[in-house]
Design a protein around this ligand. Structure first.
Ligand code: FES
Length: 137
């Protein structure tokens, strides 16, 4: 069983080349008070469960600086753009895994719009280019 305290792939095959989803475990829904477990932690657990056997790595993180628009998560893959999402809910685990797989299979490093889960269309907060990115004019 996958734990959110560890990557969903814990063997030696897990590498930085794997698509990775960082899920904020300290996120709350906007306007809601304290609750335990935090909704972000519930999303992280659901995402880890959805990722089982997928090759997608799930890593919990405490705050992605998107607190007012949580729940929050980021999806990255080596050589690809990194995507930050907000406005997620506890049911978005499978969507995050699907998005990570789309990104991992994208030859241009960009998560395709077509086929992207709805939650990842309406919840896009930002995308960040890969380290070696150069804009061509
Ligand atoms: S607490 Fe989740 S983004 Fe800050």
């Amino acid at each position: 069983m996958t734990s959110i305290g560890q990557p969903s792939r814990t063997d030696a095959a897990a590498s930085t080349d794997a698509a990775t989803v960082y899920v904020c475990i300290t996120c709350r829904y906007a306007g809601e008070g304290e609750s335990e477990p935090r909704p972000g932690a519930i999303l992280a657990a659901a995402t880890a469960q959805a990722a089982e056997g997928s090759g997608v790595v799930i890593r919990p993180v405490r705050c992605l600086a998107n607190c007012t628009r949580g729940l929050s998560a980021a999806v990255r893959c080596n050589g690809s753009w990194t995507y930050v999402f907000g406005g997620l809910d506890a049911a978005c685990g499978p969507a995050l895994v699907d998005g990570a797989r789309l990104l991992a299979n994208a030859t241009d490093g960009i998560m395709p719009w077509r086929g992207r889960p709805e939650a990842l269309k309406r919840g896009l907060i930002a995308r960040v280019p890969p380290l070696d990115f150069k804009e061509f004019e």
